[in-house]
Design a protein around this ligand. Sequence first.
Ligand code: NDP
Length: 265
Amino acid sequence: MDLGLRGHVALVLGSSSGIGHACALELAREGARVMLCARDEERLRRAAASLHEAGIEPAYVKTQVADVTQADAIAALPKRAYAAFGKVDILVTNAGGPKAGRFEELTPEDFEASVQLNLMSAIRATRAFIPRMVEQGWGRIVHLTSVSIRQPIDDLTVSNTVRSAFLGFTRSLATEYARHNVLVHNVCPGYTRTERLRHLEEHLSQTRGCTAAEVRAEWETMIPAGRLAAPEEIAGLVAFLCSERASYLTGTTICVDGGLARGIP
Ligand code: NDP
């Protein structure tokens, strides 16, 4: 299936590793020009190099250092992206994960930090890019959140709390912008093999006094598919939602979780 992404430009936040990186690669494989964004310049450089090694033309890949918790860094992104590629049609919001822990281990500041990192970053980036999408009559926005939006996860109280805000945010955007052909979605990964998950494994093995392998085995038992996701399995859905093939779809919240979330949406 041709996703019709050739000629489009995508900005993927938090894309030097993990799920964000897989999304950038998948969009580029489908013919989009991509701008990768994260805080660490060297990791970004390596991420861009890995796209080149995967066969993506170097001219199709740009990088931009930005800390998405900083309002001015996000405000500067459109100018940089338009200078590099002339436009941005696709915005994928993403960042690092919130602090893990049960409520008794957390402070109000941990929640506040995640509001900035995981929620306000997406709101600010949407605010920065949506006017031009409206002007050009074509836009796709995908917020990468978490399966915790549908099914709270033990020991991830901050994520369970902050992610839910995307249900209302994305639905509101979808209603307001569909007539402008700007379509908005939440994609919610389940347990996915990335650096973030390795840190979570270590955190839980320490707090529970077991091995990382035991933590992983427990997750795999809970997941109907019986295994963790590969980042590319999340990226495939993101690329589809950003494509011409998803032109009459907006406001969805889709878990890519191997069947983990049991609730009926
Ligand atoms: P990774 O840690 O592998 O990647 C996170 C990416 O975001 C990196 O490129 C990192 O680069 C960048 N990043 C982190 N903080 C910032 C910041 N302040 N500004 C800009 N970029 C930033 O994480 P994952 O890919 O695993 O996770 C991505 C998101 O998906 C997280 O929010 C996570 O909670 C969520 N998620 C992950 C799941 C999983 O199982 N992996 C499951 C459910 C949700 P740098 O540090 O250089 O800035």
